[in-house]
Design a protein around this ligand. Structure first.
Ligand code: AHR
Length: 660
C-alpha cells in the first residue's frame, strides 16, 4: 500500500539519522534519448510450480475432483468406511475405470448405512472459505442400485463442525450434472468437503467441484481474484506460460501438451505435476495438473492483464536436468505441428480447425499472439538442431511471429557460450537468459548488457531471482537484500533497453504449505496473499518504466555501483515526465544533487516513491504484508534540478513533469 507523505528535502535529510554522504551531481541528460523501452520490458513468468495453478490461481477447492490421480482416492477419505472392521456395514467407495476416452475413472459409492458413511475431500492443504460468500458446487451422478434420494454436501472444519450445507437429489440412472450453492457461516482456512447420503444403495460420482462465486471477473470456474489482482497491479507487459521446466516434462510423455488443455474441462486429461517429487526436501505427491487452467485460460488471463501472451512449447527435449529424453529428428513433426496449430488456435479465423475451438470456448476474436518460445531451458547441439526446424516451419507459415529461443539454464559457462554463439549465427530474434544467482552477483552484473551487440539478438531476461543461500535451496529467503540487489541489476536491464526487450522474475507464486521452490515473487495460503519485497521492486520498475531511456551519469559515467548507487533514467512521452530510479545499496543514507540537462521547464514539485528497510533480512509475510512496501512522498524541484536524500538500503523512484 502506498502511503502519502509530504516532506521537504531538508526534513528528508534530517530524519534519516545517519550522516548522508555527498558525491558530485548526478546528471540526467533529458534530451538525449538512447533507446526505446519496449512495452514488454517488465512482464510475468507463470509456471505451475508451488501449487501455483491447482491449489492456487485456479480457484477449484476440491483436490482430485475426477478421481484421476495415480492413487485414485488420494485427497479423499472415508472416516467410517466399512473397510475398517469397526464400521461393518457402513459403506465404501470403489474407483471404476470406464471406457471413456478422457477422464475414464469415476467413483462408485455403496451406502449401506446412511447415518454412518461419508466421503470427505481435504482440499489443497484444506479449503479456504469465507463467511457469507457463495460457493458453487457441481457434481455428476448416476444412480445405480437401491434408492439414494439425496446427496448432502457440507463444509466442515477440522473438528467436524458444519460450516455450510446444501444438497442435491439424484434422479437419473444416467450421468447427470447437479449444481447447488454453499454459503459458509464462518471464515476458515482449512475447511473440508463432506459428502453424505440419504437412502441406501449405490451411486456413481464424478467431477465433484466447488468454486467460489467471487472469482476474477466473476467468471464461473475461474481464477482466484486476490492473486490475479496482484498480477494486474504490476501492469505486466507480457505473460509467459506455462513455464519453466513444466514445458519440457521429466520425460517426453509428461511434457506439457497444450492441445490436451483446451476444450471442455472434463475432457482435459490430468497429468502428474513434474515438481511433485523433484526435490527430496519438499515432496508433494499430491501435486497434479488438472489443466482447468489451460491454454485458453492463459490467453484470456494475458488479455485481462493487458499483457502480450508468450507461450513456450516443448521442442522435443525432456528436461535435461532429468532424463534429457530426445525425440528423434525424423519424428519431430508432431511437435512442430503443435506450434503451428497453437498459432492457429490463438490467431486463426473462426472457420479454421483450431480457431473454431477458440470460438467455441467463447473467444471468437483472435488473441493476437505475437511471440512463441521454442523450448524452455535447453542446451547443446541437439537444441540448436531442433530449434532450426521449428524456426523454418514457423517463419514459412507465419513470417511475423517473433520466436524466442533459449540459452540454457545458466548465465555463463560452456552451455551458455555455445548456445549464444550458435543462436547469433542463426540471427535468432530474442534469446531467453536465466540467472538464479547470489545477491552479490546481481549487484556485480548490473553492467552485463552494456557490452552486448546492439545489432545482435534481443534479450529476454526470462527467469531470474537472487538466491540468498543457493539455487533452489529450501532456505532461500525473499529478503530485502535479494530484492534490493535485483533492483540494482534491473537498472542495468533498463539502461540497456536497446537490447533487453523482456524481463521477468521467477518463479511467480508459491503456496505457503505447498511449495517446492523458493524464493518466489508472491506467496499465498488458502485465504490470503502478499507481495514480497521482490514483488514491489518488480512493480515499481514496471509502473515507472517510461517510454525512452536517457543517460544518467556520475562523473561522466553510467551509475553502476559508484558510492554503492545504481541508477537509470527515462522519459515517459505519454505523460511528459522524467523518471529517475536510484538504488542505494549501502547501509548509509546518501544525499545526492541531481541536475536535469536539456529540460528547462521542470515542474516545481515531483513525486518520490521509496521502497526501503534498514534491515537487509527484512521479509514480508501474510501477517505483515507491508513490512517492505512503497511509501510515496512529494518532493520539491528547483529549476535546474534538486537534491534528494536517500535512506540506507533503498530504491527511490522520482517522477517529475517535464513541461517541455
Ligand atoms: O523457476 C523454476 C525453474 O527454474 C524453472 O522451471 C526452470 O526453467 C528453471 O530451471
Amino acid at each position: 500500500m502506498i502511503k502519502s507523505v509530504i516532506t521537504s528535502l531538508a526534513s528528508l535529510a534530517f530524519f534519516t539519522g545517519v550522516r548522508a554522504q555527498q558525491s558530485g551531481p548526478m546528471i540526467v541528460k533529458a534530451d538525449e534519448v538512447v533507446a526505446e523501452i519496449q512495452p514488454t520490458m517488465y512482464g510475468i513468468f507463470f509456471e505451475d510450480i508451488n501449487f501455483a495453478a491447482d491449489g492456487g490461481l485456479y480457484a477449484e477447492l476440491v483436490k482430485n475432483r475426477s478421481f484421476e490421480f495415480t492413487l485414485p482416492l488420494m485427497g479423499w477419505s472415508q472416516p467410517n468406511s466399512d473397510r475398517h472392521s469397526q464400521n461393518e456395514n457402513s459403506g465404501f467407495a470403489t474407483v471404476i475405470r470406464s471406457d471413456r476416452k478422457h477422464n475414464a475413472r469415476f467413483c462408485r459409492v455403496d451406502v449401506k448405512n446412511d447415518e454412518r458413511y461419508s466421503l470427505v475431500n481435504e482440499g489443497f492443504r484444506g479449503m479456504g472459505i469465507k463467511e457469507g460468500e457463495q460457493y458453487n458446487l457441481s457434481l455428476k451422478a448416476a444412480k445405480q442400485e437401491g434408492n439414494i434420494t439425496k446427496i448432502r454436501i457440507q463444509f466442515i472444519d477440522t473438528t467436524g463442525q458444519v460450516l455450510g450445507e446444501t444438497s442435491v437429489s439424484p434422479e437419473s440412472n444416467d450421468w447427470k450434472k447437479y449444481t447447488a450453492v454453499l454459503t459458509p457461516v464462518r471464515t476458515v482456512a482449512k475447511a473440508q468437503l463432506k459428502i453424505t447420503f440419504e437412502g441406501t444403495g449405490s451411486i456413481d460420482l464424478d467431477m465433484i467441484s466447488v468454486f467460489p462465486e467471487n472469482t476474477w471477473k466473476n467468471r464461473p470456474n475461474g481464477l482466484r481474484k486476490d492473486l490475479v489482482q496482484l498480477l494486474y497491479d504490476m501492469d505486466p507487459g507480457f505473460l509467459r506460460f506455462p513455464g519453466g521446466c513444466i514445458v519440457e516434462g521429466r520425460t517426453l510423455d509428461r511434457r506439457y501438451q497444450w492441445k490436451k488443455t483446451v476444450g471442455p474441462v472434463e475432457e482435459r486429461d490430468l497429468l502428474v505435476n513434474r515438481w511433485n517429487t523433484e526435490f527430496g526436501h519438499r515432496i508433494t505427491p499430491d501435486y497434479y495438473q488438472s489443466f482447468g487452467l489451460g491454454f485458453f485460460e492463459y490467453f484470456q488471463l494475458a488479455e485481462d492483464l493487458g499483457a502480450e501472451p508468450l507461450p513456450i512449447l516443448s521442442c522435443g527435449m525432456a528436461c535435461q536436468f532429468n532424463t534429457g529424453e530426445l525425440v528423434p529428428m525424423d519424428q519431430l513433426d508432431p511437435y512442430v505441428q503443435d506450434a503451428l496449430d497453437l498459432i492457429e488456435f490463438a490467431n486463426g479465423p473462426v472457420d479454421s480447425h483450431w480457431g473454431k475451438i477458440r470460438k467455441d470456448m467463447g473467444h471468437p476474436e483472435p488473441f493476437n499472439m505475437k511471440y512463441i518460445g521454442v523450448g524452455n531451458e535447453q542446451w547443446g547441439p541437439e537444441y540448436i538442431k531442433r530449434y532450426k526446424v521449428f524456426e523454418k516451419a514457423i517463419k514459412e507459415k507465419y513470417p511475423d511471429m517473433i520466436i524466442v529461443s533459449g540459452s540454457g539454464p545458466f548465465p555463463d559457462g560452456e552451455y551458455f557460450e555455445y548456445g549464444m554463439k550458435e543462436l547469433k549465427k542463426l540471427n535468432a530474434e530474442i534469446i531467453d537468459e536465466h540467472y538464479y544467482r547470489s545477491p552479490e552477483w546481481f549487484r556485480e552484473n548490473a553492467d552485463r548488457y552494456d557490452s552486448y551487440d546492439r545489432n545482435g539478438p534481443k534479450i529476454f531476461a526470462g527467469e531470474y531471482a537472487a538466491q540468498s543461500v543457493a539455487i533452489a535451496s529450501p532456505e532461500n529467503k525473499n529478503n530485502w537484500e535479494c530484492a534490493l540487489s535485483e533492483a540494482a541489476f534491473v537498472t542495468g536491464l533498463e539502461r540497456n533497453a536497446a537490447v533487453v526487450h523482456l524481463t521477468s522474475y521467477a518463479p511467480l507464486m508459491a503456496h505457503t504449505e505447498g511449495w517446492q521452490w523458493t524464493p518466489d515473487l508472491i506467496w499465498f495460503d488458502n485465504l490470503g496473499a502478499y507481495g514480497t519485497p521482490n514483488y514491489y521492486v518488480q512493480k515499481l520498475f514496471s509502473l515507472n518504466k517510461g517510454t525512452h531511456v536517457v543517460p544518467v551519469e556520475l562523473e561522466g559515467k553510467a551509475v553502476i555501483g559508484q558510492n554503492e548507487l545504481y541508477a537509470t533514467a527515462s522519459l515517459d512521452k505519454n505523460t511528459d515526465e522524467i523518471i529517475l530510479k536510484i538504488v542505494n545499496t549501502s547501509g548509509q543514507s546518501r544525499r545526492q544533487k541531481i541536475v536535469f540537462e536539456g529540460s528547462s521547464r521542470l515542474a516545481s514539485r515531483g513525486k518520490m516513491t521509496v521502497l526501503q528497510s534498514d534491515d537487509p533480512e527484512a521479509e514480508n509475510s501474510l501477517e505483515h504484508p507491508d513490512m517492505v512496501s512503497p511509501v510515496e512522498k512529494e518532493i520539491k524541484v528547483r529549476k535546474d534540478g534538486m537534491e534528494i536524500s536517500m535512506q540506507p538500503y533503498s530504491l527511490n523512484v522520482v517522477r517529475i513533469k517535464n513541461g517541455k
